[in-house]
Design a binder for this molecule. Sequence first.
Ligand SMILES: [Zn+2]
Length: 655
Amino acid sequence: MSGRGRVFAVWVAAALAAAPHEAAMAPAAAAGSPSGAAAAPVAAASVATAATVPVAVASVAAATVVPAPAVSGPSAGAGAGAGPAATTADAKPAVVPPPIPAKGLRLRLDEGVYATASGDGQIAVEALARRGEGLAGFTQRLCGDARLAPQLLESNRLPPRSRLKTGRRYRVPFEILASSWQLKAARALFPEDRGDATGWRHQVRGCGALRRENLWQLSEWFTGKGENFRAIREYNNLRDEDVARGAVLTIPSELLRPAFGAALPVPQRPYVLAYGKDQDGEYAVYRLRPGEALYSGVVVRFTGRIYAADVNALAAEIAQRSGIGDVTDIPVGFKVKIPLDRLLPEYLPEGDPRRKEYEAGLRASSHFSNQVQAKGLEGITVILDAGHGGHDAGATVGGVWESLYVYDIAVRLKGLLESRTAAAVELTTRDGDAYRIVESDVLPVSRSHSVLTNPPYAIADPVVGVNLRWYLANSFYRRALSADDDPQKVVFLSIHADSLHPSLRGAMAYIPAARMRDESYGKSGQIYEVRQEFRESPRVEFPWSQRVKSEGLSRQLAKQVIGAFEGLGLAVHPFTPVRDHIIRNRSEWVPAVLRYNSVPSKMLLEVCNLNNELDRKLLQTRAYRQHVAEAMLKGLLAYYGQSASLPAVRVAHAR
Ligand SMILES: [Zn+2]
C-alpha cells in the first residue's frame, strides 16, 4: 500500500509531460513529483525528425513506403536475446509511466467515469449510473448501443432485466465500450501511445509484479482479437510472447480496432504537376517531397505501373531523363521529369486528347448506378470466384501460394454472407468435396481445387481454368435472371492477391474498361465443348452500351468495397485503388474473368500484395483474412444501399 502514493505521483508527472489536457484524467492525489518532468513528449520528437531530416529518397525497396517497425528498422531486436526492449534503445527519452500495480489502477476520465486496469491486464471502464438514466440510457452512453445491455448486466453478474441503481458504479468491459470511450481509456492508461502513419505506437507500461505485457492481451486491447498477437509479433520482430516494460511497438493500422484506426493521422496532401517541353519531347514535372521515393512517389503514382520490373525500368528511364545520377540520393524538391506519354490519362494536361477520352468514358459510365436496394441482400446472387487453385498456385512468394489464401477468404466470405444475409452465394471453385474454413493461420497446401462446371474441371491449365470460370459465372447469371429478371441483382467478385513492387501495400480493385473489351467472343476445343455451361451459350456478345453500363456499375461496386477496406482500417493501394485495366510489360488489358463475363456488376479484388512483407505476413493470419472477408461483406451491403455498420443484418431465414 505504501508504494501506491509514489506510483501515482510519478504517473501524474508523466501525464502532465506527455499531454497536458490529459492531466485532468489522472487522480488528484499527488502532483509535483519531480520525476519525468524533463521528458519531452516522445511522439512530438519523432514527428519533428520525420519532417525535417533530409530525406534519403529510397532506391530499391522504397523503404519510405514500406512501413518500418516501430523503431530502428526491420532487423531491430535481432541482437542476441535482445527482445523488444532493445528495439526501444534508440535515443528516445524514456517517459514510462509506472507499471500497473498488482492491485490495479483507476483513473478518472470524466464526471463519474473511470478507466480501470487490473494487475493481470484486464482493462475496462467503470461508470456511475445517473439519475433517471436507466439501463438502456447507461448502456447507450457507455457502449454506444443500448442493445448491449444484456452483456453489460452479465459482466456485472446481474440477472437479466435487472435495474441499475442511481449512483452505483458499474463495470463496462473494454470489449463492449463505445469507440470513443475505448480511445479515452487507452489514452489515459497508456499516455505515451500515439498513432502514426503505419499504425498505433504502444509503449509497454507493464502489468503486475512481472511488469510485462502479454502480446495476446495487448492484441485484444488494440485489435479486439488476441489471435492477432502473431502478426504483431512478426511486424515488430519480437521473439517473446510477452514484452518488457518500456518497449515500444507498433500495432499495424489494418489490425486496429476502429477506435484506434480512426485516431491515426491522415498523411494525404494534394500534389501538383507542371508541364514542359525540351528536345526530348513533352514532360510533366513533379517535385519530390520529403519521404518520397522515385519508385512509389512518381512512377507508381503518376504512370500506373505497379509490377516490379515495370516500375524499375521506368524509374531508370525517368532518372535518366531528369538527370538524376543516383536514385538513392535525390534532393527534396528536385524536379523529376516524367515523359508525357507515360502518364496515366488523369495526370495529363487539361485538354489533352487522351485525357479527354478518359474523362468522356468516366462521364458516360457514371450515368449508370445501381438502383437496387436490398435489405439483408434479399434476392441478391453473389458469385464468388477465388483466383487460381489446383495446379495453378497463382502468385507464390516466400512459400505463400495465392491460390490457398484467396480461396480461404472466399470461403470465409461465403460463411458471412450465408449467416448474416439472405443472399444466394455461388462459388466458381471448390477445394475437395465441401467448403471448410481451415482454422489455422498458415494454410496447408492443396491442389484439389476444381472449377464447378458440369462436369467439373480439376484445375490444371490456368488459362482453361479462367475461361471456364467466366462460362460458369455466365451460367449462374442466366439462371439468376430466369428467376428474377433484374441484372443488377447479381454481382461477381473475383478474389486474388497480387505480386507487385514491394513498396506497395494493400487492396486494389480491377473493373472492366468498356473500351478494352471485345464485342463478341467464344472459345472452341473439346475441353470447353464437353461442358454444359459452354453448350448453353458458347459465345458472349457485349454491345457498347452494355459495356459502358457495366463499367459504371462495376466502378460503383469496387468503390464501395475499397471504401469498406478503408473504413475498417485495412490497407488500400495508395494511388488509384480502383483501376479499369492492368498495365504490365508494355501491354494493357482487362482480366479475362471480367472481360468475357456477362454479369454487369463485377470486380476483381487484389486483397494485398504478396511481394510486400507485411502484407504477406498479415495474409498468413486468420484474423486478417476474416477481416478482409468482413470488409467485402460490408462493401456488398453498401452497394445495395445497406448501412455500413457491422454486423449489418441478421436475417432469420438466411440460408
Ligand atoms: Zn491472381
